[in-house]
Ligand binder design. Structure first.
Ligand SMILES: NC(=O)C1=CN([C@@H]2O[C@H](COP(=O)(O)OP(=O)(O)OC[C@H]3O[C@@H](n4cnc5c(N)ncnc54)[C@H](O)[C@@H]3O)[C@@H](O)[C@H]2O)C=CC1
Ligand SMILES: O=C(O)CCC(=O)C(=O)O
Length: 448
């Protein structure tokens, strides 16, 4: 059999020819193909089903025009998409992102990752992703609401509780989900769990808002336990200032860690001696109003560095990149390692460039990919779907306990497939465990 590198390159040449210019998508697929292609080739059933080729060609992509009205009466036109990647193990499931950088390539990469992530949760969830190239920055609340309504007027034709269940992602929080759900209900005339991340007064699950960030920290606690360490006393550098970043910071603080940074695209907040809950609350308030992180109140003891990222700018042994894809390159990773990094857990989806991943691997950092470490959000979305289906609402304590169990379960599945040796290859473990589950389902169903 040709070696892994040749098999991967031959697969990727074909993929690049079929989807030219979709660099983010190629990056996400290549990492997985590298780790699982020999497993596919060693299995007659998986080879026959051509699982990797099926997974790297979404079931369908819906693209549509979104027309909405500004406050001054002018008309704006954006493009919306829903990428339905695979429903092999459950309804399509994955968030909606509103950002000017959203493109078909970005959503294909996110949908591809989501399939494997959702498989890792152990819940019956397929994968997909959607969004629009709409930039909410500088828009009034009424404009964002009208955009959400116009977006859902079209999207509602392609989703539903047993078919495709979107949720939030960048710039789509509980406020936007409320407007999206309201529009869905109006157009479809049905009240059911067609979207997750809803407010608790209309079917949302307790803890969905917190789940991704808290889940990242629960996962890190499992990683540290493999080294007989605890998170208490660790110095944790976090990038981002949104839902995932602030909840990861909160949970790390609650467990005794020293959180030394947060950041946004304008710059980084550095807290050499650690930041407190007051700082997190201030970040939430300022970001909630559409501001940036410059000018924190002096009493918070934060040092704002314009244009900087946390990496290498403060001593930290645990890194939680929680902002966006490819936010951390090889130089940033080297700088972070020089500043003491020993463990990386991805709160964002694919926050490391391929070169940064290689630097981390060579230095034998423990590195958990997003599809494992940030799966807590979609897992609680899965619980929201089952709560909606059964007409019940679980209390926060029960959901938090379930979240912890699910993250521990994912950690166990990943470690089991990570290969032998002292160093745990979390990337390989996550890719293999997610792939095996989906591949078994696809090959069992035959070519239809
Ligand atoms: N919300 C969720 O449940 C989940 C989110 N994720 C991923 O987590 C990441 C963050 O998502 P959310 O927190 O939900 O979004 P959000 O919209 O709440 O926050 C995103 C934050 O990142 C900051 N940001 C954007 N670009 C940046 C850059 N280049 N450098 C530094 N900061 C930057 C923004 O200022 C914003 O504060 C994304 O990659 C998303 O796909 C993953 C799993 C679930
Ligand atoms: O809760 C969900 O369905 C979406 C979560 C998501 O988009 C993600 O895991 O990246």
């Amino acid at each position: 059999m040709p070696d892994r590198a040749d098999l991967t390159e031959s697969f990727m040449q074909h993929l690049r020819a079929r989807s030219p210019g979709e660099d983010d998508f190629h990056q996400a697929v290549e990492e997985v193909v590298h780790d699982v292609i020999t497993i596919e080739k060693d299995s007659a059933a998986f080879t026959q089903a051509r699982v990797l080729e099926q997974l790297s060609e979404p079931d369908r992509i819906v693209s549509f025009r979104v027309v909405w009205q500004r406050d001054d009466g002018g008309i704006e036109i954006n493009r919306g998409w829903r990428v339905q990647t695979s429903n092999a193990i459950g309804p399509y499931k994955g968030g909606l992102r509103f950002h000017p950088t959203v493109s078909q390539s970005v959503l294909k990469f996110l949908g591809f990752e989501q399939v494997l992530k959702n498989a890792l949760t152990g819940l019956p969830l397929g994968g997909g992703k959607g969004g629009a190239d709409f930039d909410p920055k500088g828009r009034s609340e009424a404009e964002v609401m009208r955009f959400c309504q116009a977006f859902m007027a079209e999207l509602c034709k392609y989703i539903g509780p047993d078919h495709d269940v979107p949720a939030g992602d960048i710039n789509v929080g509980q406020r936007e989900i409320g407007w999206l759900f309201g529009a869905y209900k109006k157009h479809r005339g049905q009240f059911h769990g067609s979207i997750t991340g809803k407010g608790e007064s209309f079917g949302g699950s307790a803890m969905r808002v917190e789940a991704t960030g808290y889940g990242v920290v629960y996962f890190v606690m499992c990683m540290l336990a493999t080294q007989n360490r605890e998170i208490g006393g660790a110095r944790v550098a976090i990038s981002g200032a949104g839902n995932v970043a602030t909840h990861a910071a909160e949970k790390a603080l609650q467990n005794g860690a020293t959180v030394v940074s947060l950041s946004d695209s304008s710059g980084a907040l550095i807290a050499k001696d650690g930041l407190g809950q007051e700082a997190i609350d201030w970040v939430r308030e300022v970001k909630g109003k559409g501001g940036n992180l410059s000018g924190p109140p002096a009493k918070l003891g934060l040092d704002y560095r314009e244009g900087a990222a946390p990496w290498g700018n403060v001593e930290a042994d645990v890194l939680l990149p929680c902002a966006t894809q490819n936010e951390m390159d090889a130089d940033a990773m080297r700088a972070a390692i020089d500043a003491g990094a020993r463990l990386v857990a991805e709160g964002a989806n694919m926050p490391l460039t391929a070169d940064a991943v290689e630097v981390a691997r060579k230095k034998r950092l423990l590195h958990a990919p997003g599809k494992a470490a940030n799966a807590g959000g979609v897992a609680i979305s899965g619980l929201e779907m089952s709560q909606n289906a059964h007409g019940r609402q679980l209390d926060p304590g029960t959901v938090d306990e379930a979240l912890r169990d699910i993250m521990t379960g994912i950690h166990g599945r990943v470690v089991e497939e990570a290969g032998k040796g002292e160093w745990i290859d979390y990337r390989r473990g996550a890719n293999v465990a997610g792939y095996r589950k989906v591949a078994r389902a696809i090959s069992a169903m035959g070519a239809i």
